[in-house]
Design a protein. Structure first.
Length: 231
């Protein structure tokens, strides 16, 4: 079984599919959690407290990190396998293939952008919240309580450059998901002639929901931080 997953192209794509499905579910959960902050400071901070340095939150963080690592490692392996398989043809002039979307041909580039955004997100939030609690502290470097996620969001997106970077990050995630969501079903053998176009639409819908959900938080908190009382 392990040989099938690590040595065959189908096995590697299956790993990508399973880890991708797990990460999409986590992204949807994280987006829903963040949307809570728009409506209630107390509710959001309560969620942050529940997801602090508790054993179940730490276990979830470890599983998430493993999922991200596996997804990205197998993406690199598959890209390298495809590169070797093309042989001398990799130097030929490439022609845009009909029906092949831009996202599907640039998934690794989008992956690097998403990974860079994730690193920034860890610095801005995880390092100032859960990591502070793991280290036994109560306040982060900004003087905020480690479970005060609301004010941390407000502080972070009060800076226009962070708001812009995050919106660009979410745009890259949108492109990644428009291909990745239907591709994971295809890798699992569920994308027949009938379901293929439906899955592509489902992928666009999921990607758009994720983008709009996260983007709303950024825009609304940027406006709040800069004195727009209507938000």
């Amino acid at each position: 079984m392990s040989s099938f997953l690590s040595n065959s192209s189908v096995g590697k794509k299956l790993v990508m599919s399973v880890t991708g499905c797990f990460l999409v579910l986590f992204i949807l959960f994280h987006m829903s959690m963040n949307l809570t902050a728009i409506f209630s400071r107390e509710a959001y901070n309560l969620i942050c407290e529940l997801l602090g340095a508790n054993w179940y939150a730490l276990a979830g963080t470890a599983v998430l990190a493993a999922g991200v690592a596996l997804h990205f490692i197998f993406a690199l392996v598959l890209t390298w396998d495809n590169y070797r398989a093309r042989g001398s043809q990799r130097y030929a002039v490439t022609v845009k293939e009909p029906g092949v979307e831009w996202a599907s041909k640039n998934m690794l580039v989008l992956g690097w952008i998403i990974l860079a955004g994730l690193a920034l997100h860890f610095i801005n939030f995880w390092a100032k919240m859960q990591l502070v609690e793991i280290m036994g502290g109560e306040e982060n470097s900004l003087g905020l309580d480690a479970a005060n996620g609301y004010d941390l969001i407000l502080y972070t997106f009060s800076h226009w450059y962070y708001a812009l970077i995050y919106l660009l990050w979410f745009l890259a995630l949108w492109f990644h998901l428009t291909h990745g969501v239907w591709s994971m079903f295809q890798s699992a053998g569920w994308a027949g002639d009938t379901w293929y176009p439906r899955l592509k639409w489902i992928a666009r819908i999921v990607a758009t929901i994720v983008f709009l959900g996260f983007a709303c938080v950024v825009v609304i908190f940027y406006l709040r931080a800069n004195g727009c009382c209507c938000c």
